[in-house]
Design a protein around this ligand. Structure first.
Ligand code: SF4
Ligand code: SF4
Length: 213
């Protein structure tokens, strides 16, 4: 195979000063700045509507529209009685390539429900957002459709979503008050078991328990 030797170009005196390159960059930036300034002003007066100007989203006040199939922060769907639809089958934990799901399954009082998670954690610090957990779930109990992308936190522990945040994606740590009634290992109360099944109006027919949230 023939080898082609490429000579290193010799820079002129002006090129070595980098002034032409700086001037070229300024020219391009200024062109776009004044073009957008002119077009945005003209659009306000109904002129040149057919010529689009650059669009800037004022994040975080203004969010860019997301594609419906985009995978965003996880949530657990719930039954009509507000308990998790998850039956603790562990399929999502098993299939997760990042090993960032931790589930503690427990007995459910309803004999038609296999189990339920008394603890369900997802460590977003190591999650790779592959969506395998959603694909593997036979109960449509876990979804990645919250549209929440800002998962930054001040500590590794705060990156770990627990049952509270998974059942209610609007929650952010520190969580002051626990609103979950069913028995669960409650991080708001130091990881102790909290809640009971009394007073929870469980649907008789499991098939009527559609994912509502
Ligand atoms: S999206 Fe992928 S990495 Fe993240 S929890 Fe689900 S299976 Fe695990
Ligand atoms: S979320 Fe779905 S796959 Fe994971 S344990 Fe619950 S029912 Fe099984």
């Amino acid at each position: 195979m023939a080898i082609k030797v490429v000579e290193r170009p010799v820079l002129t005196f002006w090129e070595k000063t980098y002034l032409p390159q700086i001037w070229g960059g300024l020219k391009i930036t200024s062109f776009h700045f004044f073009r957008n300034l002119f077009l945005h002003t003209a659009h306000r007066f109904g002129l040149f509507k057919d010529r689009p100007a650059a669009v800037t989203f004022q994040y975080p006040e203004e969010l860019r529209p997301l594609m419906p199939r985009l995978r965003s922060r996880h949530r657990l769907t719930s039954r009509d009685d507000g308990t998790p639809r998850c039956v603790g089958c562990m399929l999502c934990e098993t299939v997760c390539p990042a090993k960032c799901i931790t589930i503690v399954p427990d007995e459910h009082p309803d004999p038609t429900v296999e189990k339920y998670p008394s603890r369900f954690d997802i460590d977003l610090g190591i999650c790779v957002y592959c969506g395998y957990c959603v694909e593997a779930c036979p109960e449509d109990a876990i979804r990645m459709d919250t549209g929440i992308l800002d998962v930054a936190a001040y500590s590794r522990e705060a990156m770990r979503l627990d049952l509270h945040e998974l059942m209610d994606p609007s929650l952010r740590k520190p969580i002051e008050k626990c609103d979950l009634d069913f028995p669960h290992k409650c991080n708001v109360h130091g990881g102790e078991m909290k809640g009971d099944w009394e007073g929870i109006d469980r649907p008789r027919d499991r098939s009527s328990a559609t994912p509502s949230h």
